[in-house]
Design a binder for this molecule. Structure first.
Ligand SMILES: Cc1ncc(CO)c(N)n1
Length: 220
């Protein structure tokens, strides 16, 4: 069994089932999700993608194989590009400006998820860092594909779905999976990889759940 399928079986399979059943996700395709929740999601994702880009830069710096260095560095740059393009256009359609995103700040779940990714990528081994960032790619690819089958009556949601359900995004994820499957991991390190992978899978579910409930800090 490949390392990536081992990670998925132990850490993602059950969480993924719960993600595709989540009312945020089903609401995207049947059009019942309210725009306030989607707006919260895109706003928080703008904050998330900035941290994700920096986390990927750390992974790039850890990689020894030059193809992997180049790949993660490219993905780090692309995360900023996606944040700017997709989000500016979607936020514009929702009547929001980048200043509104800054003013909203990052919510509790976003902050927790970003902090975890940053910590693992800064202090873990290369394999641990790859395991921590992998669910961000993989879950979005699978969710995007699943949603693309149904698309959405709402053009905003359809646009979002088309990005992550695209063949281009699939090719990106396949490259990362191939890198994951060539990692040389020791026994103790392997367990830590499983923990990080499972944790960021849970954060992926929590990120959608936070948007669905428009979760705010309980105190300010
Ligand atoms: C929370 C989250 N996870 C993964 C992705 C995919 O890059 C994203 N845009 N946002």
């Amino acid at each position: 069994m490949t390392f990536s399928s081992e990670l998925w079986d132990r850490g993602a399979a059950s969480v993924y089932e719960q993600i595709v059943r989540h009312p945020f996700i089903t609401g995207l395709t049947d059009g019942t999700l309210d725009h306030d929740a989607f707006q919260y999601f895109i706003t928080q994702d703008s904050h998330y993608l900035r941290a994700y880009s920096r986390a990927l830069s750390l992974v790039a710096g850890r990689a020894t194989d030059e193809d992997a260095v180049s790949m993660f560095a490219l993905h780090a740059a692309n995360a900023i590009a996606v944040e700017r393009e997709l989000h500016t256009s979607l936020l514009g359609s929702l009547g929001l400006t980048p200043a509104d995103v800054d003013a909203a700040g990052s919510g509790p779940t976003t902050t927790a998820y970003m902090s975890y990714l940053t910590a693992v990528c800064a202090t873990g081994t290369y394999a641990e860092a790859v395991a921590a960032v992998l669910p961000c790619y993989w879950i979005y690819r699978d969710v995007g594909r699943e949603l693309l089958k149904r698309s959405s009556p709402d053009p905003l949601y359809a646009k979002w779905i088309a990005t992550y359900g695209s063949e281009e995004f699939d090719a990106v994820v396949e490259q990362v999976l191939a890198v994951t499957d060539t990692l040389d991991v020791g026994t103790a390190e392997r367990e830590r990889c499983h923990q990080h992978f499972a944790t960021t899978c849970r954060y992926e579910w929590m990120f959608w759940d936070a948007a669905y409930h428009k979760l705010d800090w309980p105190v300010r």
